[in-house]
Design a protein around this ligand. Structure first.
Ligand SMILES: *Cc1c(COP(=O)(O)O)cnc(C)c1O
Length: 295
């Protein structure tokens, strides 16, 4: 079975005043790649799945938190492309809609304490000692294969932009975008928005995957308290954006990136009518983790 998805991730111009009174705003709809193997998670999985297949590994093993888009994408991709899947889940055993979906796709969930979760190789050894059928995906899918897959986001572009914005958790998607812009000799300025507190940690993680020393802007002030945290200002922003554009955004990543674009636009950071592209990295099931606030 070939490992490929057919999709239409188009670049859509959106009307979102007051931002679009200052600049032209486009969104690359990677959220439309697949309902569950969504956004950058497909980009990051693709070359890993091809490698696993080439190495004759039929069991994907990975790590994640209880609302991890990466776990859900791995589970769905495993079911679709004929891999067994297992995941170490951080924290005590719980159920939620995302984990239920992972199970439905056949993923074997192994709940481990936060302390045990930190010792990733020990976990592997204790559970899958000498199992030569397993292919290990790092937490969040981070790595060289992921970076390579994310270059395709830029390869697919039909237009040129002055600025490209993308969210970051591990930085692999960011690295793919930055690398390909350089390889394609484009002068687009790249902005990476950290969803996590103390986002400076992302710089070495991104730089480790870069093919060269390349300049980009890392924004660390739009985390809204941290990874799974939020604030009323962000919740209101999500409601307003969704109502105005008809495009769903998730509370963990893409909403913070769009908020950053709005914030910078209102502070006159951009030139009038600059063309700005925001990469919609998908992950909409994150909404289910905050339905109490968003509904
Ligand atoms: C996982 C995820 C990210 C983070 O991507 P990294 O490559 O780990 O930086 C960004 N946006 C969404 C919606 C995600 O699900």
């Amino acid at each position: 079975m070939t490992i490929e998805l057919n999709f239409d991730s188009r670049e859509e111009e959106i009307n979102f005043p007051p931002v679009t009174d200052f600049v032209k705003l486009y969104i690359k709809r990677d959220d439309l790649i697949h309902p569950f193997i969504s956004g950058n998670k497909w980009r990051k999985l693709k070359f890993n799945l091809l490698k696993a297949r080439a190495l004759n590994k039929n069991h994907l093993v990975t790590y994640g938190g209880a609302y991890s888009n990466h776990l859900l994408a791995t589970a769905a991709a495993g079911a679709k492309f004929n891999f067994k899947t297992s995941a170490f889940v951080r924290g005590e055993e719980i159920i939620n809609p995302v984990l239920d979906l992972c199970k439905l796709f056949g993923m074997n969930l192994i709940f481990v304490s936060r302390e045990a979760y930190k010792e990733k190789y020990q976990l592997l050894e204790s559970k899958f000692n000498n199992d030569d059928e397993i292919y290990v995906l790092e937490e969040g899918g981070y790595g060289m294969e992921a970076e390579k897959g994310c270059r395709e986001i830029i390869i697919e572009l039909k237009n040129n932009y002055d600025h490209i914005f993308c969210s970051a958790g591990t930085g692999a998607t960011a690295a793919g975008i930055i690398n390909q812009l350089s390889l394609s000799r484009l002068k687009t300025k790249v902005h990476i928005v950290s969803s996590l507190k103390s986002g400076e940690f992302l710089k070495p993680e991104i730089d480790r995957l870069l093919i060269d020393k390349i300049d980009y802007q890392l924004h660390t002030d739009f985390h809204f308290g941290g990874y799974a945290k939020t604030k009323p200002e962000l919740i209101n922003f999500i409601k307003d954006f969704t109502k105005q554009t008809g495009i769903l955004i998730d509370p963990v990543y893409t909403s913070k990136t769009l908020f950053a674009i709005q914030d910078l636009a209102l502070k006159d950071y951009f030139n009038k009518d600059d063309k700005i592209l925001m990469i919609h990295t998908g992950g909409l099931f994150g909404i289910l983790g905050m339905m109490d606030k968003l509904g």
